[in-house]
Design a protein around this ligand. Structure first.
Ligand SMILES: Cc1cc2nc3c(=O)[nH]c(=O)nc-3n(C[C@H](O)[C@H](O)[C@H](O)COP(=O)(O)OP(=O)(O)OC[C@H]3O[C@@H](n4cnc5c(N)ncnc54)[C@H](O)[C@@H]3O)c2cc1C
Length: 423
């Protein structure tokens, strides 16, 4: 069954990998001519995101694109340590937090998508879509078209698919903070593996040092949004000179880290989407930021997008339970036969959730299945409430990654991180 995926970013490529692993035929359409749209910012992938990556056999590849974070330290404005604790599922190399550039994550997923023989078409910007009982047709801005059984909108915060699906246009809303990002090799070196959050008096600040001695930092400054023309017209050095005085009154390393930053400094506005928006029609649905963009302050947007990919593939291979209400969005189970990935690493191969479910589904003749699984719906509607609980990765050796204790510990740490960085 051919499934059209609009957007070849984090959610789109992860979904292509998950659907391909489950035996479907995904085709990805990405607007950007070469890679994916990106601001140049970095992100942290939390344990729930890493667990989702493990389920689609790319945890090792993504882990290689970044560096691990195993401890969280929280400082107050006086520089005093108010918390210092292990971070997430730090004992398992596949599920410990990772820090990496957003573009590197997208490129790693795109490369793996292509390496597994999944079609990924660049310079394909969706303009319109139409549905019938039998399928869906996408039309692109260059006038070309594509047809499939289902269409997945993974086209980010300003989603075209969302605008085409919903009865009313849902616009992203400003989350009250300008976000500065920077990289420097000139800051005083610190041990790698730690992320430090600072409750500064004028901003929330965070930084982590890579094993190569590069400091990745962000600052979230409350206030009005930066207009697009101001962002375009302001040089990195000018932003730096505006930010340093905000941080300088505090006795923390923040101001010196920013002062030591050259041209690798950028600014954006934190945005999110209201919850409870329409996210599907009969043959199309939205995932990732298109459906539930969260402020960068949550540190969860990418991880939730990766979870979406796995939930969707599982939902498409799952048969509705007898007696339960079925939704309008239905799809046939994928063809028999397990998709093999020659380069799949041994560590990743130990995760079995999708193949096991897919194999069970494939044994059922003409199994019908639903996309509107209640768990997926719940997860979208409650993006901050412990989505990890829906996941299982059995990693062989080591603790069970989905034990309630680790889920709640992870949630507490996430809460701590958000609390530490929110103002
Ligand atoms: C500055 C910043 C910092 C962040 N920090 C974190 C963090 O620390 N941790 C975390 O988990 N998350 C973080 N996030 C959020 C995270 O980056 C997003 O949640 C994640 O990228 C969502 O993935 P996505 O694939 O849904 O959307 P995107 O990554 O935006 O990908 C959408 C893709 O769709 C393509 N596209 C758009 N329109 C069309 C169209 N009409 N046709 C075809 N293709 C189209 C775009 O080119 C793009 O490649 C951050 C986000 C930002 C902006």
């Amino acid at each position: 069954m051919r499934i059209l995926i609009i957007g070849g970013g984090i959610a789109g490529c992860a979904t292509a990998l998950a659907l391909h692993k489950a035996g479907f035929e995904p085709v990805v359409y990405e607007a950007h001519p070469e890679s994916a749209e990106d601001l140049g910012a970095f992100l942290t992938l939390a344990s729930n995101g890493m667990r989702a990556l493990a389920q689609i056999d790319v945890a090792s590849i993504v882990a290689d694109a970044g560096f691990p974070l195993t401890r969280l330290r929280v400082l107050d404005a006086s520089g005093a340590t108010v918390a210092d604790a292990p971070l997430g599922e730090h004992e398992d190399p596949r599920t410990r937090y990772r820090c990496l550039r957003r573009a590197d994550l997208a490129v790693a997923l795109q490369r793996e998508t292509e390496r597994r023989g999944i079609a990924l078409k660049h310079a394909a910007r969706l303009r319109a879509l139409s549905e019938t009982d039998d399928g869906v047709t996408a039309t692109f801005t260059d006038g070309s078209g594509a047809a499939g059984a289902l269409l997945i909108g993974a086209d980010g915060l300003n989603s075209t698919v969302r605008a085409l699906l919903g009865p009313a246009a849902i616009e992203p809303r400003y989350a009250g903070q300008r976000v500065f990002y920077g990289y420097t090799t000139q800051a005083p070196p610190e041990p790698s593996g730690h992320i430090t959050m600072i409750r500064a008096s004028g901003a929330a600040f965070g930084y982590a040092c890579s094993p190569d001695g590069e400091t990745f930092w962000f600052a979230r400054v409350p206030g009005p949004p930066a207009p697009a023309d101001e962002i375009a017209a302001t040089a990195p050095g000018q932003w730096r000179e505006r930010l340093v005085p905000v941080l300088r009154p505090d006795a923390t390393p923040a101001a010196d880290i920013v002062q030591a930053t050259g041209d690798q400094l950028m600014v954006t506005n934190a945005c999110d989407l209201p919850v409870g928006i329409a996210w599907r029609t009969g043959r199309a649905l939205i995932i990732g930021d298109a459906a539930h963009a969260a402020s960068p302050a949550t540190g969860q947007g990418a991880s939730m997008a990766l979870e979406d990919a796995v939930v969707l593939a599982k939902a498409l291979t799952r048969r509705p339970r007898p007696g339960r209400r079925t939704g309008r969005l239905r799809a046939c189970a994928p063809p028999q036969g397990r998709a093999q990935h020659p380069g799949q690493r041994a560590a990743d191969r130990r995760t079995t959730a999708i193949p096991a479910r897919r194999a069970r589904a494939a044994r059922r003749p003409a199994a019908a299945t639903r996309l509107d699984h209640p768990a997926a719906t719940r997860l979208r509607q409650q993006p901050q409430r412990g989505r990890s609980a829906a996941w299982t990765v059995r990693a062989g050796a080591g603790p069970r990654a989905d034990s309630r204790a680790s889920v709640f510990a992870d949630m507490e740490l996430r809460t701590l991180m958000v609390t530490a960085s929110a103002r």
